[in-house]
Structure formats: structure tokens, C-alpha cells
Design a protein around this ligand. Structure first.
Ligand SMILES: [Ca+2]
Length: 224
């Protein structure tokens, strides 16, 4: 009896904890939480949440030096972002990003998804000049995706069973067999990562807009 109950509970937990992608899922990085986004270990400059002028956001730092933390990339395997995007009707990802870089002119931001069909990237990239911010809306319907590597080369298979999502800066995004961020010295602010039903729904994100870069600049000035 106890064994049966235990197995039933485990089944419940696994159902609840995997593949919870749904329209409206959002990460706001409140209360110091990274909401499951990270860079793996070890990283001397791991992403962290901070509050800037009343809004919590995620700060991602890359050193530009070979080794852990050298590349501009952040990823998640959190249940909020894994599972079947096609049945959920999620066809775009909104992200607020600010480039507070001090050593390069711009970041070329990309988003990519891993699953049984391999790594697939939204064809749409966002170039963010230094000291500016962007309300990005990445279209991720099957026709919007470009193959990077791995798996069975089947975009539907990946979007039906996403296991990892990566947000990264890359001027050569399809090089290699998996997404790798550019090796550069940069600081990226990330906020309000949102699962939305279709491209063109930027109005959903309009109310969430934050002048990330401006506040990052002010923060930097305040420190100096
Ligand atoms: Ca926030």
C-alpha cells in the first residue's frame, strides 16, 4: 500500500514538474530569484537577480576570457519553459533586455531550444547597441526556426518536447552543434521573459517595458 501511494505521488510530482510551458508563463526575477536561469557551474560571475529602481531583473555577466563565465549566454531547464510548445500554443517569447556593456558596441541576442529534434534557433535576432534596451519578441513557430545541430533534425520533435532554452549573444549563431554565446566582456539585463501566443502581440509586453539600460547606466554611475 505504502509503495503504491509512493509511486502514485512520484508520478504526480513528475507530471507537475516537467513540461509546464503555457501561454502567460513569465519570469520576473522577483525577490532575488534567478527563476531557474543560469550558466552552469562553476562560474565566478554567476547570473543574479537585483532590484534597480523598484524593478527586479536578472543580471548576466560575461568576462570575455576563455573558461567558465567567459561567454554571453544564460539558459534554463526549468519546468516553466520545458514541454510541448505546439500543444500549448506558445509561438513567441518576449524578453526585455538591456545592454550595459563597457567593452563592445553591441550584442546580437538569440534564443534557441533543445529537444529530440536537435537545437533550433529563432531566425530573428536582436542587435542591442551599448547602453540601450530592447523589448524583444522572438517568433518560434516551426517556420521561424533555423537548425543548429544535434537530434533528429526535426523542428516539430523539438518544439513538442523542449528540454532546454538558451538566450545568448552570437554573431555566428548556427556555428557548431549547439548554441554558444560570444566570448566577450559584457553585462546584460534580462527581465519579463514571457510565453506569448503569437508574433505581433507586443501590446502584451508594452506595460512591462523598463528602461533597463538607462537604469543600469545610472547604477554604474552611482558606483563610480
Ligand atoms: Ca522584473
Amino acid at each position: 500500500m505504502k509503495t503504491t501511494l509512493l509511486l502514485a505521488c512520484m508520478a504526480c510530482l513528475s507530471t507537475a514538474s516537467f513540461g509546464a510551458i503555457a501561454i502567460g508563463n513569465v519570469n520576473e526575477f522577483t525577490g532575488g530569484s534567478t527563476d531557474g536561469w543560469g550558466t552552469g557551474n562553476p562560474n565566478p560571475n554567476a547570473p543574479y537577480s537585483t532590484n534597480i529602481e523598484g524593478d527586479d531583473l536578472l543580471i548576466v555577466t560575461s568576462t570575455g576570457v576563455a573558461g567558465p563565465g567567459g561567454r554571453m549566454i544564460v539558459f534554463t531547464t526549468d519546468p516553466l519553459w520545458t514541454g510541448n510548445y505546439l500543444s500549448a500554443g506558445v509561438t513567441a517569447i518576449g524578453v526585455e533586455m538591456g545592454n550595459s556593456d563597457t567593452s563592445v558596441d553591441e550584442l546580437e541576442m538569440r534564443i534557441a531550444f533543445n529537444g529530440p529534434g536537435g537545437w533550433w534557433m529563432s531566425h530573428y535576432g536582436y542587435v542591442i547597441p551599448v547602453d540601450t534596451e530592447t523589448d524583444a519578441l522572438f517568433p518560434i513557430s516551426p517556420n521561424d526556426m533555423i537548425y543548429i545541430g544535434g537530434g533528429t533534425v526535426d523542428v516539430t520533435a523539438t518544439l513538442e518536447a523542449v528540454s532546454e532554452v538558451r538566450l545568448y549573444s552570437s554573431t555566428d549563431p548556427t556555428a557548431g552543434t549547439s548554441p554558444r554565446g560570444d566570448q566577450l566582456n559584457a553585462i546584460l539585463g534580462v527581465d519579463s521573459i514571457t510565453a506569448v501566443p503569437e508574433p505581433g502581440t507586443t501590446a502584451l509586453l508594452g506595460g512591462l517595458a523598463v528602461l533597463l539600460s538607462a537604469v543600469l547606466i545610472r547604477r554604474r554611475q552611482a558606483r563610480s
